[in-house]
Design a protein around this ligand. Structure first.
Ligand code: BTN
Length: 265
């Protein structure tokens, strides 16, 4: 990490951790911007950072609250050399990478809620939304890794229904957190974790993710894609990155698609 990397210097140079970067005051969604730039022939890697998003989104159509000057909203566009079955693991790799960067810059250990939430003190600190660009013939897959983190965010400004379950890094650290070095470390760490996934395979990533698994042992409902609700206990993630759910009959199954809802959170 470069501890001297300030926000203003990186914005002025247009480079963060060696990656060409665009800093915006306001946009719809940095994921949309990155994917549109890629469709318009801008090559990856590319970083799009925004202070405010009017259509910031998370998984399952949820919205993401942005906090200009205080939070962190960015999308890192990467073309990793991943096998097709590894592409969906980019989200888990980004989670492990964010945890590492936060540990490195703030000294705070966070948990991961499958598949894409960053958790601290049993509250949501951030989220990750990975989306793949439409495949161009003969090309490798390009992934937009969207990250939102409550850094110095004023949680009281959030919608009442999410406020009770949200937390910021500043609240955890008991001080204001510099966003520049954090952004630098996050970008560097995501690139390195996704590269390791491509180079060494899935096993080391799954092992690291399991050490930060925050929902293992918790009771949850799985709303399946075909509209069923299955109640069970999270029993960890499989070797290929699926959340495993043990239902009331003791049957263990992978959560393949749909949404999960924790019953005690
Ligand atoms: C989630 O909590 O489900 C994921 C939230 C991801 C939010 C980030 S903010 C930057 C990027 N742009 C978006 O529109 N979403 C992601």
């Amino acid at each position: 990490m470069n501890p001297d990397s300030t926000w203003d210097e990186m914005a002025a140079s247009g480079i963060v951790a060696g990656v060409r970067s665009i800093f915006l005051d306001r946009t719809g969604s940095t994921n949309d911007d990155a994917l549109a730039l890629f469709a318009g022939e801008e090559p990856a890697p590319l970083l799009v950072v925004a202070e405010a998003q009017s259509r910031g989104r998370g998984r399952m159509g949820r919205s993401w609250f942005s906090s200009p000057g205080l939070g962190l909203c960015f999308t890192l566009l990467l073309t990793p050399d991943l096998a097709p079955e590894q592409v969906s693991l980019t989200s888990l790799a980004a989670g492990v990478a964010c945890a590492g960067a936060i540990r490195q810059t703030c000294g705070i250990d966070i948990g991961l809620k499958w598949p894409n939430d960053l958790i601290a003190g049993d509250r949501k600190l951030g989220g990750i939304l990975c989306e793949t660009a439409p495949l161009k013939p003969g090309d490798a897959v390009t992934v937009a890794v969207g990250v939102g983190i409550n850094v110095n965010t004023d949680i009281l400004l959030m919608d009442p229904e999410i406020r009770g379950r949200a937390i910021s890094l500043a609240e955890l650290a008991g001080r204001k957190v510099e966003r520049g070095p954090l952004l630098y470390a996050l970008v560097e760490s995501i690139i390195s974790e996704v590269r390791e996934l491509a180079d060494t395979g899935t096993a080391p990533l799954i092992e690291k993710w399991r050490k930060r698994d925050w929902i293992k042992g918790r009771k949850l409902t799985w709303m399946t894609a075909d509209g069923r609700e299955i109640i069970g206990i999270a029993s960890g993630i499989s070797h290929d990155g699926f959340l495993m759910l043990r239902d009331r009959d003791g049957t263990t199954m992978p959560v393949i698609s749909g949404d999960i809802k924790l019953l005690d959170w």
